[in-house]
Design a protein around this ligand. Structure first.
Ligand code: FMN
Length: 207
């Protein structure tokens, strides 16, 4: 069975509009894939799990270097990297915070990014991604307009290049906190966009 990894950095939990869009996406994705005979299971990395991770400090970095030089990936510090490599499709839910996303997501991604696991260098020093996933979808909502300051998604696209994930999709519901905004209508528009993305994926293999 194929695995969808839901990286859910929606700190506000059930109150989160971003999470609402993610659930809509995931339910629709699994349903449409099932209609084409493909079974998927979902693994979720919750905001609480991400919040329990620490940014790499000096001691851990030194241990990591030592283990990497021996090619020993058995330590628990490599669990997030293994998790992201093994996913067939990745969905990131990330509210637009400070022009990017919550810090817990950065900490999680820092732990996913491991030379020798998520990517390897060839003899010419060129990195090659090792992630199995062909698709990554990034879903966000924001208080105001994002315009050309889509730094969170831009960063994720850069990482996807490194990790070997070659098709990314972006969904946003913007300006939700502006007085007078028609929030239900903006959310509905985002759901229409999600439905269009799912249509594009329908019947296609994830790798
Ligand atoms: C810590 C924090 C930082 C935020 N930074 C921004 C920002 O830089 N730009 C913006 O338009 N909205 C910003 N917002 C508003 C959120 O993007 C907006 O309320 C979003 O819909 C929250 O998503 P959620 O409902 O999934 O929690 C911020 C909100 C919080 C709590």
């Amino acid at each position: 069975m194929k695995k969808l990894l839901f990286v859910n950095s929606c700190v506000r939990g059930e109150a989160s509009r971003t999470q609402e869009l993610c659930r809509f996406y995931i339910d629709g994705f699994i349903k449409s894939q099932k209609e084409h005979g493909l079974e998927w299971e979902t693994e979720e990395v919750t905001a609480a799990i991400m919040g329990s991770l620490k940014p790499l400090d000096r001691a851990e970095l030194e241990l990591r270097e030592k283990l990497l030089s021996k090619g020993d990936f058995s330590h628990g510090m490599f669990n997030q990297a293994k998790q992201i490599i093994e996913a067939d499709h990745i969905v990131i839910g990330a509210p637009y915070w400070d022009l990017q996303f919550p810090a817990i997501l950065k900490t999680y991604l820092e732990r996913c990014s491991v030379t020798g696991l998520t990517f390897v260098y060839d003899e010419n020093g060129v990195p090659h991604g090792k992630c199995r996933a062909h698709w990554l979808t990034y879903i966000t909502t924001s208080g105001g307009p994002i315009d050309d300051m889509n730094f969170g998604y831009d960063y994720i696209c850069g990482l996807c290049g490194l990790f070997g994930i070659d098709e990314t999709h972006f969904v946003s519901a913007e300006s939700l906190d502006i007085v007078g905004s028609n929030v239900p209508e903006i959310m509905e528009e985002a759901k229409v966009k999600i439905t269009e993305i799912l249509k594009q994926m329908e019947g296609r293999q994830s790798e």
